[in-house]
Design a protein around this ligand. Structure first.
Ligand SMILES: [Zn+2]
Length: 173
């Protein structure tokens, strides 16, 4: 998620009103076993933007103290917000219905959308949809199936037209 700092708490330092920032979405505890391994997504006491707290679809978002303490509010300088990448849950409920997600993508037109939270072999969470369900309405030349779990992007390498990029999954749990 990215946005402009509208106001800051009394004890917050290092941020200024009007600053353009990207925000790490996971409010991890920073103390449990999984946090010690850097696996915030497995934290035994996590919540975050879009799951428990308002996320990027809200007009204003109160960033949890934990995210600020984790260094999760990052200055993006003059980078235009429309160059940002959108990473979205594509599994349907309990996250977001696909029709609502498609409508949001039509409005926001991110250069790249990376689907996440979809069905994988061995996944124990009750997710019904996989990445192929998500990409079905898109033309073949709009979808890139990446053979790696990571991709490096810069403003210079972003495509001119919106593109769906499916990364290689590494784990399911
Ligand atoms: Zn933790």
């Amino acid at each position: 998620m990215a946005g402009t700092v509208a106001t800051i708490g009394a004890i917050v330092t290092g941020l200024e009103i009007g600053q353009r920032v990207a925000v790490y979405p996971i409010a991890a505890c920073a103390e449990c076993f999984y946090c010690s391994l850097g696996k915030h997504n497995l934290c035994v006491d996590e919540h975050g933007l879009g799951h428990g707290d308002d996320g990027g679809f809200a007009e204003y978002v109160a960033i949890p103290e934990r995210i600020v303490r984790l260094g999760g509010v990052v200055d993006i300088g003059e980078m235009p917000f429309d160059l940002a990448v959108m990473m979205e849950p594509t599994s349907g409920p309990p996250t977001i219905e696909l029709d609502d997600l498609y409508r949001a993508l039509e409005i926001l037109k991110p250069k790249i959308t990376i689907p996440m939270h979809y069905k994988l072999p061995g996944c124990n969470y009750p997710i019904e949809l996989d990445a192929k369900d998500f990409v079905r309405p898109y033309a073949n030349d709009q979808v890139v199936w990446v053979e790696e779990p990571e991709v490096e992007l810069t403003p210079e390498t972003l495509p001119s037209e919106p593109q769906i990029m499916v990364l290689q999954a590494t784990t399911a749990g």
